[in-house]
Write a protein that binds this ligand. Structure first.
Ligand SMILES: CC(=O)N[C@H]1[C@@H](OP(=O)(O)OP(=O)(O)OC[C@H]2O[C@@H](n3ccc(=O)[nH]c3=O)[C@H](O)[C@@H]2O)O[C@H](CO)[C@@H](O)[C@@H]1O[C@H](C)C(=O)N[C@@H](C)C(=O)N[C@H](CCC(=O)O)C(=O)O
Ligand SMILES: Nc1ncnc2c1ncn2[C@@H]1O[C@H](COP(=O)(O)OP(=O)(O)OP(=O)(O)O)[C@@H](O)[C@H]1O
Length: 486
């Protein structure tokens, strides 16, 4: 692409060299630079991309975009204020503004991003659309899954994924939007049509510092809808979460609300649950409708409302939306029943915040016949302030197994000690080794019990130190149940 065209409207200062005529490739990783590349220097926390400008030059980069002077011979060096945001804009242009050609749906919130995004993706496929999905589970392009390192990928990968979805003919793309992604500018250059908010509760304060900052970060998705009211765009907000009022003020576009408790445009009541799923009554501008779905829990009613509302706002017929919802299965690793022959019911779930733990326990409380056993772990070297509150919420279960969930460099003892502070009863065990902890949870069970193994969800590994070891709560539970009950 012509370099002047690529840089149009990007405020920059040329500090050395001459602009090359063409840019063949854009990269933010010196190891991927090829002749004719634009190398964008990104300053991380532990690694600074500016230190790799020389290496990128040796690999053939002819243009360097940086936030400070770098010592290179040959390529032109341009200084911009924020390389991450510039990268998003440039990559969007380089790939011919792919997000303009796809209906982009962004989902943000502390809990429920993967669930709502996964539901939307499956429902869109049921509705006969071609759909792409990005988030914690990976990049799903028409059913094919590619791994991704982050919930919200870096600005360049994000634009590349949207371009691939466009090339594959996708009509829609649903994207999980993390607060890190918003603050770090990874979504620069993405044009969203629909922005969804699930909820905001305690998490990630090691990164954001305060709940105000965390909330402000989430709100950026709604300001990103832009000011052009000629374009049909919409915000879908959870009326049951007080932060929605602030987010409503951050957009001039249409706002659709959903909720279970407070008044909302799309409201659910008469919620009934059993081991097979949930049914409820939907009250909305089109009237009253009975709804049933194979997903479990009040939180999933809230998630379903978010998905229904977003698809309605996108213009789909409500009856078809509800049919699509009835047809889809649980989202991978989210209150997913483990299929096995045993007189106990085991769920794997991704709950790793106090709020999610409370919601996961509430999901099964209504049909409990015997004990509820809850296993919960927390990650090492991450937000420690949420640990006691996680255990406090887990205390609603009759028996609790406290363990670890990617301990990284932190000792089992240090993690377990923080968790233990929050326990409100003494019916619990502390077992740092997660495999042993899962086995213990099964061993403690009796016929009729419900066991929830929380924190890992779809993940098939445990990170100890810096090594990723294979680990599956589901497989360990199955094997232990055979030992215990056959
Ligand atoms: C641990 C952590 O927070 N790391 C962040 C940090 O990375 P870092 O200091 O290791 O730097 P780096 O990104 O490896 O390197 C900086 C630059 O140098 C370049 N480089 C590096 C080496 C080399 O040889 N050549 C080279 O060019 C890299 O390609 C990169 O462009 O700085 C980067 C730039 O700001 C961040 O993208 C990166 O987030 C990583 C990817 C991360 O995983 N962050 C987590 C906390 C995160 O974003 N999580 C959210 C939330 C998930 C949730 O909701 O639960 C997510 O969206 O996933
Ligand atoms: N709307 C909700 N409100 C509260 N808890 C929820 C909600 N939806 C899901 N959960 C709980 O949170 C867990 C994580 O859900 P999900 O993966 O959808 O959230 P997420 O926002 O993608 O999380 P992360 O940012 O950590 O990837 C679920 O396993 C469930 O226990």
């Amino acid at each position: 692409m012509n370099s002047r065209e690529l840089l149009e409207n990007i405020p920059y200062k040329l500090i050395s060299g001459e602009l090359p005529e063409k840019i063949e490739y854009i990269t933010m990783d010196s190891r991927e630079a090829v002749p004719g590349s634009l190398f964008v220097c990104i300053e991380g926390y532990t690694v600074d991309g500016h230190d790799y400008a020389k290496q990128a030059t040796e690999c053939g980069a002819t243009l360097i975009l940086s936030e400070k002077p770098v010592e290179v011979e040959g390529p032109a060096v341009l200084i911009v204020e924020d390389t991450v945001r510039a990268l998003g804009q440039l990559a969007s242009r380089f790939y011919s503004y792919p997000s303009k050609d796809i209906q982009m749906i962004g989902v943000t919130g502390t809990n429920g991003k993967t669930s709502v995004a996964g539901m939307l993706h499956s429902m869109l496929m049921e509705l006969g659309e071609t759909s792409a999905l990005t988030g914690t589970i990976g990049f799903n392009l028409n059913g094919e899954l590619f791994p991704s390192a982050n919930t919200t990928s870096d600005a360049l990968t994000t634009q590349k994924m949207i371009a691939r979805a466009k090339e594959a003919g996708c009509s829609h793309m649903t994207m999980e939007v993390s607060s890190h992604g918003l603050v770090l500018g990874r979504l620069a250059g993405v044009e969203f049509n629909t922005a969804i908010f699930t909820n905001l509760t305690h998490d990630h304060l090691d990164f954001h510092g305060t709940m105000e900052e965390y909330g402000h970060a989430k709100g950026l998705l709604f300001s990103q809808l832009g000011q052009n009211l000629q374009e049909k765009k919409q915000a879908v907000l959870n009326a049951d979460d007080p932060w929605s009022e602030q987010f409503e003020k951050m957009t001039s576009h249409s706002v659709y609300t959903y909720g279970i408790v407070n008044n909302a445009l799309f409201k659910a009541d008469n919620i009934v649950m059993d081991h097979f799923g949930t049914s409820f009554r939907l009250l909305c501008p089109e009237g009253e409708f009975p709804v049933s779905m194979k997903l479990l829990g009040h939180f999933n009613v809230s998630n379903a409302l978010a998905a229904i509302t977003a698809l309605y706002a996108e213009g789909f017929d409500l009856k078809n939306i509800l049919k699509a919802l009835a047809a889809i299965g649980p989202v991978e690793g989210r209150m997913q029943k483990v299929v096995m022959e045993a007189p106990v019911t085991v769920y794997i779930d991704y709950a790793h915040t106090p709020d999610a733990i409370e919601k996961a326990l509430a999901a099964v409380a209504g049909f409990k016949k015997n004990k509820i056993i809850f296993l919960v772990g927390t990650g090492g070297n991450r937000d420690k302030s949420k640990r006691p509150n996680m255990a406090k919420k887990a205390s609603f279960a009759d028996y609790v197994v406290l363990t670890t969930d990617d301990p990284r460099d932190e000792s089992y003892d240090s993690i377990l000690k923080d968790l233990e502070v929050g326990m409100t009863h003494s019916n619990y065990a502390c077992i740092g080794d997660r495999e042993e902890a899962v086995k213990h949870a099964i061993q403690q069970s009796e016929p009729g019990d419900i066991i929830i193994l929380a924190g890992k969800g779809h993940e098939d590994y445990q990170i100890i130190g810096t090594t990723k070891y294979p680990h599956s709560d589901q497989e360990i539970a199955k094997q232990e149940a055979v030992k215990k009950f056959s």
